[in-house]
Ligand binder design. Structure first.
Ligand SMILES: Nc1ncnc2c1ncn2[C@@H]1O[C@H](COP(=O)(O)OP(=O)(O)O)[C@@H](O)[C@H]1O
Ligand SMILES: O=P(O)(O)OC[C@H](O)CO
Length: 508
């Protein structure tokens, strides 16, 4: 049901995430009117391989859109635009004549392209990729996943070269289906998603022909690159039939937008399955010399693109899930706070969750997880504490790199995402960063950002100043730890990180 104080019209945002798809309906003040959400299966065919069934995902998306619209008690006529946001880099190829995926989607966490990336590094050179795309050559990104599919699904390369196959990250897949699929669906992506493929020239916002050649990817499979806020087409069929599909942003860029980080130097960090900190660097891409990514923050219509520096951490909330599902040490994610709070400190234990190698600032695919400092004294409560500290220390490493690259000292950090409901974690974060941590009223900043971009595209909101006015602080944590303890603990953490490196040998 709609909130008693809200009247239409509304914007609907779809977030196709790593663990679930959700749809949220927002009103003009950026308040949530209704939410619907559904999880999808995580498929682990081999160690290091992670897949999603894209057909299941599209069915879930349709279900949650219908669910959110019904819960809001509205119809398509009340919805001015649909915004899309998505897990980034997750890669799908499908047949444009049948609409059938040719293989499960390869998820961003999947490491099967490690060897391919090493080979590309030797043949083409790391520097070329960094220079043209802003990214290090790593299995995280979409391009190598496309190449793997073309090389490993029988007959696929020929079909792709004939023009029968489409590539997309989840934004493209959802938009294509939403706008009609085999019946005239539009095949597009936005600049933020394209900037995560290792295939887009970051300076010119176009597919890079030389990189496509060296990756052996036919241009015929690629979607058109569009801005993050414009009408791509109208929804065809379903409960939102006829509503303009008016934004697409990778989920982390959407959170930057939803946190209204529209000025240079403003940053946010989102704590979900993984953690991603983005800092707005304005209209110029800033090169990173400290292990961060240079990426597109957003582009509104035909305005200039806005760039960002990003620190990506692969494993944060998923470590809590692992403690729950694989270790059985807690029954719910929230229980980690109770368990960790039952002890004063980590008891000397440090947990570096390098399950998919280490992302920023190291980019080491040969690293694997380590629990260091174990003695008989350590209990499961100390491990729970070390799990939470791992997220906070990894954030600290990224803020250090951001300061070095941008020259901007962190004065406060805007946070969002599922893990921010953990007060102990938020306090630990403020302690380790030695800076205040601030959470906004609407913690669903990813959907909010997609809604804001779609709303700007159709004139629902006039400009970014109107969006800023909606941002309100809900909670703040200030640092309490003394400098000596912080420095000593940080040194121990860094020592534990060293122990993770070089675990995987080349031939593995
Ligand atoms: N109270 C909590 N303490 C620690 N982690 C939590 C808590 N609640 C949820 N999480 C973690 O947050 C993640 C879910 O956050 P969410 O923002 O929905 O993630 P995503 O968008 O990546 O699916 C899960 O990995 C879960 O383990
Ligand atoms: O779906 P999330 O929130 O885990 O986000 C995943 C990121 O976009 C991966 O780059």
């Amino acid at each position: 049901m709609t909130d008693a104080h809200t009247t239409g019209p509304f914007i609907a945002a779809i977030d196709q995430g790593t663990t679930s798809s959700r749809c949220i309906v927002f009103d003009k003040d950026g308040r949530i009117v209704s939410v619907d959400q559904k999880e999808h299966e995580q498929i682990f065919p081999k160690p290091g391989w992670v897949e999603h069934n894209a057909t299941e995902i599209w069915e879930n998306v349709q279900e949650v859109v219908a669910g959110a619209v019904v819960k809001a008690g509205i119809t398509a006529a009340d919805v001015k635009a649909i915004g899309i946001t998505n897990q980034r880099e997750t890669t799908l190829l499908w047949d444009k004549n049948t609409g059938e995926p040719v293989h499960n989607a390869l998820v961003w966490q999947d490491t099967r392209t490690d060897a391919l990336c090493k080979e590309l590094g030797r043949n083409v050179g790391q520097d070329r990729f960094r220079r043209e795309t802003g990214l290090p050559l790593a299995s995280y990104f979409a391009g190598p996943k496309v190449r793997w599919l073309l090389d490993n699904v029988e007959g696929l390369r020929e079909r792709a070269e004939r023009g029968d196959i489409l590539f997309g990250t989840m934004d493209s897949w959802v938009i294509w289906n939403l706008t009609g699929g085999t019946d005239g669906g539009v095949h597009v992506t936005d600049v933020t998603n394209a900037s995560r493929t290792l295939l887009m020239n970051l300076h010119e916002m176009r597919w890079d022909e030389r990189i496509l050649q060296s990756m052996e990817i036919p241009a015929a499979v690629l979607p058109e690159i569009r801005s993050s806020a414009e009408v791509y087409g109208n929804a065809k069929g379903g409960v939102l039939d006829g509503v303009p599909v008016a934004s697409a942003l990778g989920d982390q860029q959407a959170a930057l937008f939803g946190q209204t980080c529209f000025s240079e130097g403003e940053a946010k960090s989102t704590y979900g399955t993984g953690t991603f900190m983005l800092m707005n660097t304005g209209e110029t891409p800033v090169n990173s010399y400290n292990g961060l990514l240079t990426t597109v923050g957003y582009r509104i219509g035909d305005q200039k693109p806005v760039y960002a520096l990003e620190g990506s951490i692969a494993v944060t909330g998923s470590l809590v899930q692992w403690m729950r599902d694989q270790m059985g040490l807690i029954k719910s994610a929230a229980e980690i706070e109770t368990l960790a709070s039952s002890v004063e400190d980590n008891g000397g234990a440090y947990f570096v969750p390098a399950f998919s190698g280490l992302f920023a600032p190291y980019w080491r695919s040969d690293a694997r997880g380590v629990i260091a400092g174990l003695t008989r004294y350590v209990t499961k409560a100390h491990i729970a504490r070390a799990v939470l500290e791992a997220t906070a220390w990894q954030t600290r490493e990224i803020t250090d790199a951001m300061t070095k690259d941008s020259g901007v000292e962190l004065t406060a950090l805007k946070v969002d995402g599922g893990m921010t409901s953990n007060n102990l974690l938020m306090q630990t974060l403020a302690d380790f960063l030695d800076a205040p941590v601030v959470r906004p009223m609407v913690a669903e900043t990813t959907c909010l950002g997609a809604a804001y971009a779609a709303g700007l595209a159709v004139g629902f909101w006039p400009d970014t100043d109107a969006l800023r006015a909606n941002w309100r602080r809900a909670a703040e944590w200030t640092p309490r730890m003394d400098a000596d303890t912080r420095d000593r603990e940080y040194k121990s953490w860094l020592k534990a990180v060293e122990r993770t490196m070089g675990w995987i040998e080349d031939e593995e």
